[in-house]
Design a protein around this ligand. Structure first.
Ligand code: DGY
Length: 328
């Protein structure tokens, strides 16, 4: 028996292969010109869809969820982070929320390692000098960065991405330390030779490099507050590929400007897409435009996860990547 095709509204342009498959399977409304939806447009989409396939650029808050029609049953997020969705409000209305975990782990870990290397070894600064025609020859004391081999990396959040980063970092000779709600299992800790710090404060004070890899939830908002940032050693580097809201960005910019911290590598910002203007002027930061999961393979895999979640729901089963409020 042929399935009735549910009405799926997709809020942003997705890879062609994903859009083609979605059109085959569902009554799909695409956003071909990729203009981000306003709150009104999002509300209207919620009122006509059975499934909203949204992304991080959509603020699906309580007021948007209030506009959902009776038919809206699933919010299938294209992305792993769901901090832009009021999951509790959706849950209360009986709307399922899903995400796309697992498929962007390795890409994000790669780029995090890239930011660590780029910050420690001044890669972007050096490249900019050459491109500006200002490379006038080698010097024994010019463009000196910091050696990574033998240093300590503190990972804040040892989930999938944190663990994948740890594997890469070990190959670069970094000793692995981490702070997490709970210690990882004994086998993983042994494999990574990872040291668990129950106290984030104590870990921060002893690391050479700190990488933020936890999700943004009410409990992790400004986890790296002005007070905690001050615990970092002046030679330390801070890298963030998770969410901007986890770090007090204004406090960080001030410290970098005053030379109280050696450098930072950031892919995410507290008020994205705005970036603190102080950061833009600093030579000791590497700033990327939220691209750590941006590989064509990763984005297609994310699309496939969205499709699997919708199809499973359509078949009357529980979608595999359901988010329930108590998980956050
Ligand atoms: C994610 O999947 O959460 C990435 O940051 C893109 O939203």
């Amino acid at each position: 028996m042929a399935h009735r095709k549910p009405k799926v509204v997709v809020t942003r342009k997705l890879p062609d292969a994903v859009e083609t498959r979605m059109r085959e399977l569902f009554d799909t409304e695409l956003n071909l010109d990729d203009t981000p939806m306003t709150a009104n447009a999002l509300g209207a989409a919620m009122s006509r869809a059975e499934v909203l396939a949204c992304t991080i650029t959509d603020r699906v808050d309580g007021s948007v969820i209030d506009q959902a029609g009776e038919t809206l049953k699933l919010i299938a997020n294209f992305g792993v982070g769901v901090d832009h969705i009021d999951v509790a409000a959706a849950h209360k209305r009986g709307i399922i929320v899903t995400n796309t975990p697992g498929v962007l782990t390795e890409d994000t870990a790669d780029l995090t390692m890239g930011l660590i290397l780029a910050s420690a070894r001044r890669v972007v600064e050096g490249a900019n000098i050459v491109q500006a025609g200002e490379f006038h020859g080698w010097s024994p004391t010019w463009m000196l960065g910091r050696r990574l081999w033998g240093k300590r990396l503190g990972i804040v959040g040892m989930g999938r991405i944190g663990q994948s980063l740890a594997k890469r970092a070990r190959a670069f000779g970094l000793a692995i330390h981490y702070h997490n709600r709970r210690p990882v299992g004994a086998r993983i800790a042994e494999e990574l030779e990872a040291t668990y710090w129950e106290s984030l404060d104590q870990m921060l004070a002893r690391m050479d490099v700190v990488s933020v890899n936890c999700p943004h939830t009410p409990a992790t908002y400004h986890l790296l507050s002005a007070r905690r940032l001050k615990l970092l050693q002046p030679h330390a580097l801070l890298v963030n590929t998770a969410r901007g809201e986890i770090i007090d960005e204004a406090a960080l910019a001030g410290m970098l400007q005053r030379g109280e911290l050696a450098g930072a590598g950031l892919d995410v910002y507290e008020h994205e897409p705005a970036v603190n203007p102080k950061l833009l002027k600093l030579p000791n930061v590497v700033l990327l435009p939220h691209m750590s999961s941006a590989t064509i393979e990763g984005r297609i895999d994310m699309g496939e996860k969205v499709i699997i979640n919708i199809r499973t729901w359509m078949d009357g089963h529980k979608p595999p990547d359901r988010i329930i409020p108590s998980m956050l």
